[in-house]
Design a protein around this ligand. Structure first.
Ligand code: SF4
Length: 528
């Protein structure tokens, strides 16, 4: 009887075939949802098998060093939050069926697989307890998480780890409450509370000793913006290992400043050689970047399909995978290319058959500005609640030219180009042209009806352009929906308040009715 009410308008046979029509009732305000979404018999099986595979990846990870990993769970506050990974994938696959459900699982499984390798290496090498694997630790080069990984392609015997990625960046997308202690700790050290939560949390994690201790050296960076300069200065004092500051010019379009980036890259390579005893190998670098270029071709294929009337991938599933492949993996692991091929084959199949991307697709949308980490699956909610399909995200539209894999001088220049256009930086820095005209170009290319405009209250460049965004959207007749958030601090603007800003616009301006009314208002303040 209860099920009948929640799926009104559907017979039992239809329910078996298509699954839950309304899924908001799965959220009751607790840590986890009351049960998994029922997607119809066939898709529930697909979902369940993939859910088991995620657990399989996590179990395989714990078997790499059971004692040290178990000790990490009781030492580092961010480690237990990774138990929320399956719930995170569930949130990102909310309402999905068919091809899009499979794509979502393929992409996220690869990211989880890579993440577990980083954590395992960190736990095994951690010298905090006096039993860290020193051989492994010497091979590790730590990077600021805002730095690209491509340089490590020329050092095949070393392991590059984006240092803050697992203790701060990625975990903040899985557990919305994890960064609060970091933020409070560094603010009690005197950091102004209007600083962006990304560098704030990174610096706070250093103050709370949330980073396992390891590595031969650290590559700090000034990217994407001034906040990183502050975070680097706090972190360097804690890490106590040799640090190289990689500082790319902000006005990256100006080819006159390219030489400065090239010199910085050369200096960084020399620094790594000095501190690890390894030699840079052009052969290894070119081999890895050929793979990176192949991945880029496949990414371009995804963009091309999404610009048509039959898009096949949407939301954080595509944006996060692109960020991962572009910046974190950087072409170094062949498994990333394998996933690209698998997903693109599913997309091509859907495109040839002219399959709708979701069963409730209504509006084509673009997401612009830096997204909220504590609501990384916001595009999934947009789709499931209002039928708004996010076809492109500012975070994935980075450098889209292949890197030179033949000429050493040209290869250095391309490295400088790709590094200065890391995720977030390309459209938040480097001048007005990178932010506004670029957005309207993307809107046109993707034939978008709506722009979801994140209003991150501490991202100064974007905040400074707010009036111009409004004015130019009005002139062009584009629906621009402002969604405020505070990136890693859900206390400033909650997930619920983010949803309210869309609900109000859709009801008052668009006169729309929700696809799933049960998702308009629900409680998830305490969920992962
Ligand atoms: S969100 Fe804005 S302020 Fe924060 S790190 Fe990114 S570019 Fe900088």
């Amino acid at each position: 009887m209860k099920q009948k009410i929640k799926n009104k308008g559907k017979s039992f046979v239809e329910w078996l075939k298509y699954g839950d029509k309304e899924i908001g009732h799965l959220y009751k305000g607790g840590l986890a949802s009351t049960r998994r979404e029922f997607r119809g018999v066939k898709d529930t099986m697909v979902d369940y098998v993939n859910w088991l595979k995620i657990w399989g990846v996590m179990m395989a990870f714990t078997s790499k060093a059971p004692y040290k990993i178990a000790r990490g769970f009781f030492t580092y506050r961010w480690m237990p939050s990774y138990l929320g990974v399956p719930a995170f994938v569930d949130r990102n696959s909310m309402g999905l069926r068919g091809n899009m459900l499979k794509i979502c699982h393929e992409n996220f499984r690869r990211v989880v697989e890579a993440g577990t390798v980083y954590i395992a290496n960190m736990m095994i090498a951690d010298t905090r307890f006096g039993d860290g694997d020193e051989e492994l630790s010497k091979k590790i080069v730590l990077f600021d998480e805002m730095t690209m990984s491509q340089i490590m392609g020329g050092f095949p015997n070393l392991i590059g780890i984006p240092y803050q990625l697992m203790p701060v960046f990625l975990v903040s997308e899985i557990d919305q409450l994890i960064c609060i202690p970091y933020i409070d700790a560094i603010e009690s050290f005197g950091l102004p509370s209007d600083t962006c939560p990304v560098p704030t949390s990174e610096a706070g994690a250093a103050v709370l000793d949330a980073y396992p201790l390891m590595g031969s050296c650290f590559i700090a960076s000034t990217m994407p913006c001034d906040g990183s300069v502050m975070a680097s200065s706090y972190q360097e004092r804690r890490f106590k290992i040799p640090t190289y500051p990689l500082c790319f010019p902000v006005r990256y379009h100006d080819e006159d400043v390219l030489f400065s980036g090239v010199e910085d890259i050369k200096g960084c390579i020399k620094f790594i050689e000095e501190h690890t005893g390894e030699k840079w190998s052009w052969d290894a670098y070119f081999e890895n970047m050929k793979r990176y270029n192949e991945e880029l071709d496949l990414e371009m294929e995804r963009w091309a399909i999404n610009k048509t009337n039959y898009p096949q991938i949407f939301g954080s599933t595509s944006a996060l995978y692109r960020e991962f492949a572009y910046q974190i993996d950087g072409g170094l692991d062949p498994r990333t290319l394998k996933t690209y091929k698998k997903v693109n084959a599913i997309m091509e199949d859907g495109y040839e058959k002219r399959l709708p991307i979701t069963r409730h697709h209504r509006y084509r949308a673009i997401v612009w500005s830096c997204p909220s980490h504590y609501y990384a699956n916001f595009p999934s909610w947009l789709s499931a609640c209002w039928g708004i399909t996010v076809l492109a995200d500012m975070e994935m539209l980075n450098y889209d030219k292949p890197l030179n894999v033949e000429d050493e001088d040209e290869a250095f220049k391309d490295l400088a180009r790709v590094y200065s256009r890391m995720v977030m930086r390309k459209h938040t820095n480097g001048g007005y042209e990178n932010v506004l005209p670029e957005l309207w170009k993307v809107v046109e290319e993707y034939n978008a009806d709506i722009v979801i405009m994140y209003q991150h209250v501490a991202c100064k460049t974007m905040v400074g352009l707010q009036g111009l965004f409004d004015e130019q959207a009005r002139e062009r007749g584009i629906h621009l929906i402002w969604v405020p958030h505070d990136l890693m601090d859900p206390r400033t603007v909650s997930r619920k308040e983010m949803r309210q800003s869309v609900n109000r616009y859709m009801e008052a301006v668009m006169g729309a009715t929700p696809v799933d009314p049960s998702l308009v208002d629900f409680d998830d303040e305490r969920t992962w």
